[in-house]
Design a protein around this ligand. Structure first.
Ligand code: S3P
Length: 174
């Protein structure tokens, strides 16, 4: 069975940065589901949303998890913010490893992501309002999907340490 470290949470929660930190500390590889999808599709996430739509992007996310599941992947996986939305994805994630929800408050998230144009979901007239709405829709889903809830407001190093503390115990029990 795979024993990956899986990071979930809202865009801008620090999944990729913390993932890099963890991969360095553990000496294992790291991947980000957005990168994998872009590599396979040969176009950016923005382009996928613009030309094929969000539904197609969600389908690609599920397809990627199915592939990872059979790969016996034991590294670190940073997921796109919407990955846990589909129930089948939550089930697949649980089969791939231990799921950590990097919980961060709305204000901090907005401050981190508002300058960035790479996130099609908030490329709207009122991104602040959009973030608020997404928060309302998703907060409970993240809480439920995470095996462990981690305070994502700390520095990436501290967040990685907190995850490692739990992960090492979990791996021993496996
Ligand atoms: C999304 C988050 C993005 C990316 C896509 C959709 C979402 O990933 O997958 O833009 O639905 O929250 P990050 O969380 O890495 O920004």
């Amino acid at each position: 069975m795979s024993k990956a470290i899986i990071l979930i949470g809202f865009m801008g929660a620090g999944k990729t940065t913390v993932g890099r930190e963890l991969s360095k500390k553990l000496g294992v590889s790291m991947t980000d589901t957005d990168w994998e999808i872009e590599k396979k599709a040969g176009i950016s996430i923005n382009e996928i949303f613009a030309t094929k739509g969000e539904e197609e992007f969600r389908r690609l996310e599920t397809k990627l998890l199915e592939e990872l599941r059979f790969d016996n992947y034991n590294g670190v996986i940073a997921t796109g913010g919407g990955m846990p939305l589909r129930e089948e994805n939550r089930k697949l994630l649980g089969k791939i490893g231990r799921i950590y929800y990097l919980k961060t408050d709305e204000e901090k998230i907005f401050a981190r992501i508002s300058e960035n144009k790479d996130r099609p979901l908030i490329n709207t007239e009122n991104p602040r309002e959009r973030v608020h709405k997404l928060f309302e829709e998703r907060a409970d889903i993240y809480e439920e999907a995470g095996h462990v809830i981690i305070d994502g407001g700390e520095s990436p190093k501290a967040v990685a340490e907190a995850i490692l503390k739990d992960y090492k115990k979990w791996v021993k029990q496996k």
